[in-house]
Design a binder for this molecule. Structure first.
Ligand SMILES: Cc1cc2nc3c(=O)[nH]c(=O)nc-3n(C[C@H](O)[C@H](O)[C@H](O)COP(=O)(O)OP(=O)(O)OC[C@H]3O[C@@H](n4cnc5c(N)ncnc54)[C@H](O)[C@@H]3O)c2cc1C
Length: 318
């Protein structure tokens, strides 16, 4: 039910459109009342439709061009949100940079790692600490606006079928020396399948694979299932795959329909990034591996036997 709270959502355009995270934040924010989006990027009719279609009631659009966006975005946002109750940020680099700068400009605290926000009887942020073993609630008693940085996938994006909201253009403010920093190159990592964040099936490999070249079977199984490949930090640290594969506390948070953990022990720091998966399947040769405590389906076996057999079975079906 709407509480009449004025909420702003910080949104950075990604690959020409609002990110899934932005649509998730708007879907949450509209349960409080009106939602103003501060949108940083080139913008397009498609973007405005997506924002309105998820419940945005107003959009303030800053196109930074090639200027590094955080400095001017924070400058403009801080001036706009003085009457807001809550400002929500995602966990992206620019989001966190802007949240910190706005906090410094307004003299407000930032509460980060939010898994939920409630506004009835005061603004409160719910999060987890100690690797997800302890839930805590932080009541924000500081003067508004409350600045909150949320965890990825904390909320679900749900369209409302709403119409395109009014768009107000925000000129590039003079943020002093911060305006002098430019983006000189953008790099989009090549991928022939869904991204880790979007995949409904994720096959993740851990140190139990034994060697970098064995990761190829993780890629192949993920490909055959139409999913994405992920990994533990141990595998990233060993240089077998890039950091973009890492799931966990210091990597990505994922919530696929199916998560297949191959040769992964189930360390707390890995689990916090994938425990929201609908079905977890673990393959590990150690029957006492902690991952089995979380798994819906466990296979005690050697990944070098089990994964190739799964690959063969899937190939035989296609
Ligand atoms: C501050 C901090 C942040 C961290 N952040 C992250 C993070 O974001 N993500 C993350 O993943 N980790 C993170 N870690 C590291 C984490 O603590 C673990 O070290 C890591 O997750 C272990 O990775 P692993 O399961 O691949 O390796 P291991 O713990 O070594 O487990 C390997 C598993 O493979 C099994 N195995 C071995 N051989 C086979 C075989 N042939 N067939 C089947 N199973 C086999 C073993 O029984 C074992 O259970 C972090 C740690 C710290 C301190």
């Amino acid at each position: 039910m709407s509480s009449g709270i004025s909420t702003w959502v910080f949104a950075e355009e990604l690959e020409g459109k609002p990110s899934d995270g932005t649509l998730e934040l708007i879907s949450k924010a509209r349960t409080f009342g009106d939602v103003s989006v501060f949108y940083v990027g080139a913008g397009s009719d498609e973007a405005w439709n997506a924002l309105g279609g998820h419940g945005a009631t107003a959009v303030h659009h800053l196109d930074p061009g090639d200027t590094l966006p955080s400095g001017p975005a924070a400058h403009a946002l801080a001036a706009l949100v003085t009457d807001a109750d809550v400002v929500l940020f995602g966990a992206g680099n620019t989001d966190r940079d802007v949240a910190g700068r706005v906090a410094a400009k307004l003299g407000r605290p930032v509460v980060s790692n939010a898994l939920d926000v409630t506004v009835d009887g005061g603004i409160a942020v719910h999060s987890e600490i100690l690797g997800g073993t302890l839930g805590i609630t932080t009541a924000i008693t500081a003067e508004k606006p409350a600045l909150v940085v949320t965890r990825p996938k904390a909320f679900t994006a749900e369209p409302t079928g709403g119409s395109t909201p009014p768009i107000e253009v925000v000129g590039l403010p003079d943020a002093g020396r911060a305006n002098a920093a430019s983006v000189i190159e953008r790099h989009v990592e090549a991928s022939d399948g869904p991204s880790l964040e979007e995949a409904s099936v994720i096959v993740s490999g851990g140190r139990g694979l034994g060697a970098a070249d064995k990761f190829e079977m993780i890629h192949e199984l993920a490909r055959l299932l139409g999913g994405a490949a992920g990994s533990t930090r141990a595998v990233v640290d060993a240089g077998w795959v890039p950091y973009s594969y890492q799931v966990g506390q210091t990597g990505k948070t994922v919530k696929p329909s199916v998560y297949i953990a191959c040769g992964i022990s189930g360390a707390m720091q890995h689990i916090v990034g994938m425990k929201g998966s609908a079905t977890i399947i673990a393959i590990n040769k150690d029957p006492d591996a902690p991952i089995f405590a979380l798994a819906d389906l466990g296979i005690v076996g050697d990944v070098h036997n089990v994964v190739p057999q799964l690959i063969e079975a899937l190939k035989a079906r296609s």
